[in-house]
Write a protein that binds this ligand. Structure first.
Ligand code: ADP
Ligand code: MG
Length: 704
């Protein structure tokens, strides 16, 4: 790409967006498609044929030879199967390029190789991908050339969701319906839709590719399984928002340009807390689009890194001892006319609709705290949540001073008659322009923080899809809205009823509000007193997927059936066991084939040195002898721990897949892995660096 790129010109150039559709589709077809996108109106096959043809022509102009249905099965990554546009040869021996409406709207990948959690026996392999026209198709350029990617939902033959997209779209319908009821009650007669919007802040690490390739743990598991702390970590706080190094800047420039072309609004970039850690945030978008965009962001971060001799690590905890990566999910609700239901205005105490919405969100989060926590549960995220760097594993809501004050007024008197006002920021420097500061400071330790006009759910892992968290958020808030509307639509005195309801919601659910330090031990105690769940790991969190309350919630709104929830639970248990199994096997491999041999070499080196010194007639060999003793001691410890890990891993492999196996990995295999890591990390601090078989943390974190 040229040195000076015109952003406004390249933005969206590879997207089959509204402008392209308007230009290329016949008026009637465009109008119908718009109706399908906005109102879910059915699209005829003839229309689909016209759209497919134009889409293909457009894609071919961009150099595309293939198309793919692009979907998000429950593997955690996206999936695609490429087909070229060519037809069977004509009598002339030539081919045409074709793409039909049927090919656009329906695909049939073999579903049996994707996780289904027992929803489908392997002999019933049929699965369908169905065009999701609410998220625009795009052309991706990479080593494969150019490919037309069509976002799709993925379902089984019997219509069960096998992906992230289907339930997400269902949850959007649920909240739209209930939020529309709510705003109608408050006199909004013009809005036609209420849409959840999301901005996902993506954290990631960059390391040098040559170093990465020397670490089997990074290659196989995405995180380091061994590694002693370098002399410098993140204690100086000098990386966070620090000057971005030239090499990284060049990378970010490239990433931004690629994303802009794909219509992704890459906006903010900066260095994060840990060395070699960075962040990218887009401008928020409708949640179904943002879910796709975040996948594109993750794939682009990885792809471009390779072009710059680097590897992008999206794992939640690539390095022990320094901060891991997450993905803050900023969520709000907006009408198609542009009204944000989470905007309090300057005088929140007078904004009754906002206060009712707020009370409903509190109710939803309090009632379904365990489910919301589950939505961020992931093997990698177990290293973050509750580990004093990311939000604690306890769900609570940060409201800030102003809203907490309004809430308390409502709870005590049933009325709120004032809002704490903001004041001027006093810096003591005359030349700095004055401005009003926010009414509330930020709180970085809260898992669910109100941040001005949105809620920021901070638990999601860096590698994960944001879909599960938003499916839960949309549905639990839809339920609270439904319960509110059921009462308010019947009320004789609306004002009175709203006040009573807010008071009730706030009173019953104020226990979820916490504005203090979420990292403190006192909070853990306090949360326990308040009866808030503290679910420390994924295997325990998964249970919430099939509690009676969850099943009732999702079935009521047609988001998940019980069978779908049970299948997701199975998939999560299996994913957990498989991930830990791979980690354990990788550790065994590295310890047996790389570390132990290297340490033995080093002990031989020490012994040789002792012999040589003695042979030279010098008797002071106490340093070498001490080192040899210490090294041999740790070597023995390593051997014992390795044996133990092999034994438990073998035992684990014999268990049938599912809950029991997942728990065994958590309770037996994980501790055995930690026990192996300990002596190895100590050895790394003793053994000659030249002999250590892989790059150290210092090499990886500070030599990007
Ligand atoms: P932070 O200071 O929290 O790191 P960032 O600027 O990195 O803030 O990210 C904030 C994210 O929230 C961005 O993706 C932004 O577009 C998004 N955002 C802002 N307003 C809203 C809103 N009303 N609804 C949803 N997301 C929003
Ligand atoms: Mg940010």
């Amino acid at each position: 790409m040229s040195e000076n790129v015109k952003v406004t010109e390249i933005f969206g150039e590879d997207v089959f967006n509204d402008t392209v559709m308007q230009q290329r589709l016949p008026k009637k077809v465009y109008k119908d498609l718009k109706q399908t996108i906005l109102e879910g109106k059915e699209l005829s096959l003839e229309m689909a044929d016209v759209i497919a043809h134009e889409m293909k022509e457009w894609a071919i102009e961009k150099g595309a030879t293939h198309y793919t249905h692009w979907f998000q099965p429950l593997t955690g990554v996206t999936a695609e199967k490429h087909d070229s546009f060519i037809t069977a040869p004509l009598p002339s021996g030539k081919v045409l390029m074709s793409f039909s409406g049927k090919e656009l709207i329906k695909g049939e990948p073999d579903a049996s190789s994707f996780p289904s959690g027992g929803l489908r026996a392997t002999f019933e392999a049929r699965g369908y991908t169905a065009w999701d026209c609410t998220s625009p198709a795009f052309v991706r350029h990479d080593a494969a050339g150019a490919t037309l990617c069509i976002p799709t939902a993925f379902c089984s033959y019997t219509g069960e969701a096998l992906d992230q997209k289907t339930p997400l779209l269902r949850s959007m319908q649920a909240i739209n319906k209930q939020a529309m009821r709510l705003i109608r009650l408050f006199g909004d007669t013009t809005a036609k839709r209420v849409i959840p919007s999301v901005g996902a802040e993506q954290e990631y690490f960059l390391v040098r590719e040559d170093k990465f390739l020397q670490r089997k743990d990074l290659i196989f598991t995405g995180r380091t399984l061994f590694g002693a702390m370098p002399p410098k970590g993140q204690e100086l706080d000098d990386h966070y928002l620090g000057t971005i190094r030239q090499k990284i800047s060049a990378y970010m420039k490239n990433v931004n340009e690629e994303l802009w072309k794909l219509g992704v609004t890459a906006k903010t970039q900066h260095n994060e807390v840990a060395p070699a850690q960075h962040e990218l945030a887009p401008i928020y978008a409708e949640v179904n689009v943002e879910v796709d965009h975040n996948q594109i962001v993750m794939q682009t971060l990885k792809r471009i890194a390779c072009q710059h001799g680097m590897k992008c690590l999206l794992h939640e905890k690539p390095f022990a001892g320094v901060n891991g990566s997450g993905k803050h999910n900023n969520w709000s609700l907006t009408t198609d006319t542009g009204v944000n239901l989470l905007d309090p205005g300057n005088t929140p105490h007078e904004n009754i609709q906002f206060l009712l919405v707020l009370s409903c969100v509190l109710k939803a989060v309090d009632k379904h705290a365990a489910l919301l926590r589950e939505s961020a549960a992931d093997v990698g995220n177990d290293h973050r949540l509750g580990a004093n760097e990311a939000p604690p594993a306890i769900i609570s809501v940060f409201l800030g001073d102003q809203l907490t004050d309004v809430m308390n007024q409502l709870i005590t008197t049933g009325m709120a008659d004032h809002s704490i006002e903001s004041d001027k920021l006093e810096t003591g420097v005359k030349s700095i322009p004055e401005f009003m500061r926010d009414t509330t400071d930020r709180n970085r330790t809260s898992p669910f923080a109100f941040t001005g006009n949105k809620f920021e759910f901070r638990m999601v892992g860096s590698r994960d899809s944001i879909a599960p968290a938003n499916i839960v958020l949309n549905t639990i808030v839809a339920e609270a809205f439904q319960e509110a509307c059921d009462i308010l639509e019947e009320a004789e005195d609306f004002d009175m009823a709203v006040h009573d309801l807010m008071k009730k919601n706030f009173t019953e659910h104020q226990k979820i509000v916490f504005n203090g330090n979420g990292y403190s031990d006192e909070w853990v105690e306090e949360a326990k007193r308040r009866g808030l769940p503290n679910i420390s790991c994924m295997v325990e969190a998964v249970e919430a997927l099939t509690s009676d309350q969850t099943v009732e919630l999702f079935e009521k709104f047609g988001v998940f059936t019980r069978a779908e929830l049970e299948s997701r639970k199975e998939i999560k248990y299996e994913a957990y066991a498989k991930a830990i199994n791979i980690e354990a096997r990788t550790m065994i491999d590295i310890a047996s084939k790389q570390i132990i041999p290297a340490v033995i070499k080093y002990t031989k080196h020490l012994a040789d040195s002792i012999n040589a010194v003695v042979a030279a007639g010098v008797l002071e060999v106490d340093v070498q002898t001490e080192l040899l003793k210490e090294t041999s001691g740790l070597l023995r410890e390593t051997r014992d721990a390795l044996k133990k890990l092999k034994d438990v891993a073998e035992e684990a492999a014999k268990l049938p897949e599912g809950k029991e196996s997942a728990f065994f990995y958590r309770q037996q295999v994980m501790p055995a892995m930690e026990n192996l890591r300990k002596p190895v990390d100590e050895l790394e601090m003793l053994v000659d660096k030249e002999m250590w078989p892989m790059p150290s943390y210092g090499d990886l974190l500070f030599e990007v």
